[in-house]
Design a protein. Structure first.
Length: 488
């Protein structure tokens, strides 16, 4: 009776125009013009697979500070920022989950997102599955146009929840359609026809049939079929091969966000759950050294996300600057100037001792005076009662906030100048000097409603260590509500 109790999704706000990419590369790759339609999701410079997974998880969990019901955490990605560090541990700290939870990273294949989801459903209990992907591709390649960045998350329960698991099917076969070696870098792809005809067409249908057999259903009973592929018409071909109705095949969102690797099957599942009616059968499958397939029955219950896939796709900012895309993805050498010349070595002892403050944005609230502050200290900042050791943990990440004062600084180094930062004040008390992200010149003003987002703070390129912290981003839902109220 395991099922999905809640779900969430995230797509970066920036959407890179494929036309801008093909026009920039027309001198060397004129053949790409045929792929110049639509747009792909583009991570900001301070986003990666991990930060996007955190945002999807927050969408799934909702704004409640109490997350003690989560017993285990899974993070699936083929582009996790750390090879030898528990990436799920960083996510756990950002979400302020209990220290007693079990946590694991799942990787190694494009189907690892559905694998993690299947493992969590099989294990039982209350778990959180997060999937994030941020793949790089060579300039002037088809992958550069096909790929997209994004994340999904699911809260698993022992009850049917919003979607009851009916069956699971897996096929494992070392069919190498592409690979990326230990040195990282870019994926190397084999010939398209071989992948399509010998890989997908032969390996995916057995996994789907196995999942349907476990569910006790026929292919004709599938109402919504989710299968991500960059090959045109591939989902319809697979559906026909197993007997799924053509009208059940869902749009793969390729025109509006591209394909988000191992996160794309889960993203399509999350999108299907937004549309699914009670008792509809939803089947999701994904290819990768075999295939994974999961069958669900929608219940019409459970907690719907505040944003979900629909909200994430609607919150978009068109981007036509191809050089910005290359720069944000580290694909171009550029002169950062003397102001960027500093040693970014991280004091790991300090990071550990202040983990909840740095990764979880946890400050303090004085039990005697109610004064809220960040950072938390032994002595309260209450002016009339500087009490000692009276502070209890106080989470800021889900609190509403506004910009009190700000600066747009062209003198300090920034990956996306000008460098926006300012004093952020929170409802209920407390203020923090923070970076402001996802903005352009002229976007920030005093009183601007903002929300907290978990982002990359700095990268220690010399040692390969990524530092994370929270930033303020415009709360566009609150801004829209304020403007609507003002119009009335």
């Amino acid at each position: 009776m395991a099922g999905i109790a809640a779900w969430g999704a995230y797509a970066p706000r920036l959407r890179l125009s494929r036309k801008a990419v093909t026009e920039a590369n027309a001198w060397v790759a004129p053949n790409l013009r045929a792929k110049g339609k639509g747009e792909r999701s583009m991570a900001n410079w301070d986003e990666d697979a991990l930060t996007m997974a955190v945002e999807a998880a927050r969408d799934a969990l909702g704004p409640d500070d109490d997350r003690s019901h989560i017993e285990s955490l899974y993070f699936a990605s083929t582009t996790a920022p750390f090879v030898d560090r528990l990436n799920a541990g960083v996510i756990s700290a950002a979400l302020t989950l209990e220290k007693s939870i079990a946590a694991s990273d799942v990787t190694g294949s494009q189907r690892c997102g559905l694998t993690a989801l299947g493992q969590a459903l099989a294990a039982g209990g209350r778990s959180l599955v997060t999937i994030g992907e941020h793949r790089k591709a060579r300039a002037a390649s088809t992958q550069e146009l096909d790929f997209g960045d994004g994340a999904a998350a699911f809260v698993i329960s022992d009850e049917p929840g919003a979607a009851e698991l009916l069956g699971r099917g897996s096929v494992t076969d070392d069919f190498v359609d592409h690979f990326r070696g230990d040195g990282g870098g870019f994926d190397y792809y084999w010939e398209e026809r071989w992948i399509r005809d010998e890989g997908i067409v032969k390996l995916v249908p057995p996994a789907i049939r196995k999942a349907l057999e476990a569910a006790g259903l026929s292919p004709g009973q599938v109402d919504q079929f989710c299968f991500p592929s960059t090959f045109s018409g591939m989902a319809a071909t697979v559906a026909k091969a197993v007997g799924i109705r053509a009208e059940a095949v869902r749009d793969n969102l390729g025109a509006v966000m591209g394909e988000a690797g191992c996160a794309h099957g889960p993203i399509m599942l999350a999108h299907a759950l937004e549309d699914a009616r009670e008792n509809e059968v939803v089947l999701v499958a994904q290819f990768g050294q075999g295939a994974e397939a999961l069958v669900f029955r929608a219940t019409g219950q459970g907690r719907r996300p505040a944003r979900g896939v629909t909200g994430a796709l609607a919150d978009r900012e068109p981007e036509t600057n191809y050089l910005k895309f290359l720069t944000f993805n580290g694909l171009i050498e550029w002169d950062k100037g003397m102001r960027a010349e500093k040693d970014n070595k991280t004091a790991l002892t300090t990071l550990y001792r202040n983990e909840d403050m740095i990764l979880g944005l946890v400050g303090g609230r004085c039990r005697e005076t109610g004064v809220v502050q960040f950072p938390r200290t032994r002595i309260s900042v209450a002016p009339n009662n500087p009490a000692v050791d009276t502070q209890e943990p106080y989470r800021f990440a889900e609190r509403r906030a506004n910009v009190l004062s700000y600066s747009a600084d062209y003198l300090t180094f920034s990956m996306a100048p000008p460098n926006h930062y300012g004093m952020i004040v929170f409802e209920g008390g407390g203020r923090i000097m923070m970076d402001i992200t996802d903005v352009s010149p002229g976007d920030v003003e005093t009183g601007l409603p903002v929300r907290m987002v978990f982002r990359v703070k700095e990268v220690d390129e010399k040692r390969g260590f990524v530092r994370y912290f929270w930033k303020a981003a415009p709360d566009r839902a609150a801004i829209a509500a304020r403007n609507a109220q003002a119009a009335e």
